[in-house]
Design a protein around this ligand. Structure first.
Ligand code: SF4
Length: 506
């Protein structure tokens, strides 16, 4: 396991001391029957046996480490990468550079998520562009990496595929009862697979930008090349995602910005010495067909990817004359986007989506959706009627004026009744991931830095239209024939588990 990973590093986990959910098992003594055939009543133990908690008892709740996670982390650290990298270069004497025994050249490809670029640029006191150039220069010259890319091409496909699926489901009326849930955050996916089997069918199975970027890189290599893909991601959970069997060979090693900084310390490398102003590097380090103005860019919406916002944007384009209401939730980690027609209140809510982050909100969400799943059809119909009624009441308020700002009472987000929820385990989303650099000591200052990074995120990147870009890529490249889908499975539990109490660090 990475020596860097410690409890303090993870800001998105349930504190074991307060929230351990291992059920207490009482081992009952077998019933004794005496010679006369009478039952002998034994005494109930006055003291329960001490419960011993092992890693394998833990839930994989947004960043916590379980036994499987422990194994995966041992496969995914910068030490593993350094070893693998040495092997790429430890070649038999009779072979040319970078040539392996099976005659395929091993190519080091590196991708980096936008949240990591923000975090590392802030850490090295650089602008985003300065950091990107310095990072490419370092990978090229220190590790002899061939390609260095941002993850926006992968994200464009994640967004366009997500929209395709949601719009098809919407047309079929399949989003009326329960929303679909994004599966981009592995912390949430693992939690759902392990503890909420009822909700697994709600996970939208589109792969994340991390995995799709890996697949795109693989497709851009020549026949005689073999990829080794290192990626920098904002949290430790991304290592688990890379280790899923349905994403084999797409990503070989995931490290976080914290690990990247420690790796440079261990290698005694001064990152600043790789500063460079040669903008040609953007093209030199991009695979053929990859436009650096696209793969280094971002898109509008949340700093975790903007999936909820991009869905509602496309629905707005499909329904001209409509208006998007951004409705705050009960806390800052919930927001709803609701599409309405200000000129025709009878249309009600045309489409809606929500962003929801942090484990407390996730718990409320799964409870609500779980309850819905056990109601009978009649009850479901009532919910739908109620939902429509609520919507029309709200629309009546809106109709008091053509200007939606004149609503008497502020609307409150209702994420569980939307079409789609973008779920993120870290409160505040990926810009607050546990692998980003935040050396502040107090919780208040940590939050302030996370907010500062979030503000920088919204100002630092060129924005592209991910829906158009994703579809264009599908039409013009091999990606059109790739499904980019996860296969989710509920993990069978031997005992009924549910969360009873929650104590956490947020
Ligand atoms: S919200 Fe983002 S950073 Fe946080 S656990 Fe999920 S994927 Fe990782």
């Amino acid at each position: 396991m990475s020596t860097l990973l410690s409890e303090e590093d993870l800001n998105d986990f349930i504190s074991p001391a307060l929230a351990c959910t291992k059920p207490t098992v009482i081992n009952k003594e077998p019933v004794n029957v005496n010679d006369k055939g009478e039952y002998e009543v034994s005494k109930e133990p006055t003291e329960l046996e001490k419960v011993s908690i092992t890693l394998s008892d833990c839930l994989a709740c947004s960043g916590c480490i379980t036994s499987s996670e422990e194994i995966m982390l041992s496969r995914q650290s910068y030490s593993v990468f350094l070893n693998d990298w040495k092997k790429l270069n430890d070649l038999p004497a009779d072979k040319e550079d970078n040539e392996t025994v099976n005659n395929k050249k091993k190519i080091l490809c590196v991708s980096i998520a936008p949240q990591c670029r923000i975090s590392l640029a802030d850490n090295y006191d650089m602008s985003i562009e300065e950091f990107d150039l310095c990072f490419m220069n370092f990978i090229k010259n220190y590790f002899q990496g061939k390609y260095v890319v941002g993850t926006q091409m992968g994200r464009n496909l994640t967004i366009s595929r997500t929209n395709d699926k949601l719009i098809a489901l919407k047309k079929e009326g399949k989003l009326d009862e329960r929303p679909m849930l994004s599966a981009i955050c592995p912390g949430f996916v693992i939690y759902t697979e392990k503890t909420k089997p009822n909700l697994v069918p709600l996970l939208l199975n589109v792969k994340s930008p991390q995995q799709i970027t890996g697949s795109l890189l693989m497709d851009s290599l020549a026949e005689d090349e073999q990829m080794y893909h290192l990626t920098l991601m904002p949290c430790f959970d991304k290592k688990l995602e890379a280790s899923r069997p349905d994403g084999e060979n797409e990503v070989h090693c995931v490290i976080t910005p914290k690990e990247f900084v420690s790796m440079l310390e261990e290698l005694e490398v001064d990152f600043n010495s790789y500063r460079i102003q040669d903008e040609n590097l953007f093209y030199e380090m991009s695979p053929e067909g990859w436009d650096p103005r696209i793969h280094w860019s971002s898109n509008s919406g949340s700093s975790s990817g903007g999936y909820a916002y991009q869905y509602i944007l496309e629905m707005q384009n499909l329904n001209p004359g409509t208006k998007i209401l951004e409705i705050p939730g009960k806390n800052s980690n919930v927001v709803e986007y609701r599409l309405i027609d200000p000129n025709d209140i009878n249309r009600g809510t045309i489409a809606s989506s929500a962003e929801l982050s942090g484990f407390r909100n996730i718990q409320n969400m799964v409870r609500n959706l779980d309850r819905k799943s056990i109601k009978n059809n009649g009850a479901k119909r009532k919910i739908q009627v109620l939902r429509k009624r609520n919507t029309s009441t709200q629309m009546q308020k809106l109709s008091l004026s053509n200007n939606s700002n004149a609503i008497n009472k502020p609307l409150v987000a209702d994420p569980y009744k939307t079409d789609y929820i973008e779920v993120n385990a870290s409160p505040g989303g990926c810009i607050n991931g546990g692998g980003l650099i935040n050396n502040e000591q107090s919780t208040v200052r940590k939050r302030a830095l996370a907010q500062e990074l979030s503000d920088k995120y919204s100002k630092s990147f060129n924005l592209v239209d991910p829906i158009k870009m994703g579809r264009m890529l599908d039409e013009t490249s091999k990606s059109g024939s790739r499904p980019y889908e996860y296969e989710f499975h509920a993990v069978e539990q031997d005992q009924e588990k549910d969360l009873v109490t929650v104590g956490n660090t947020w």
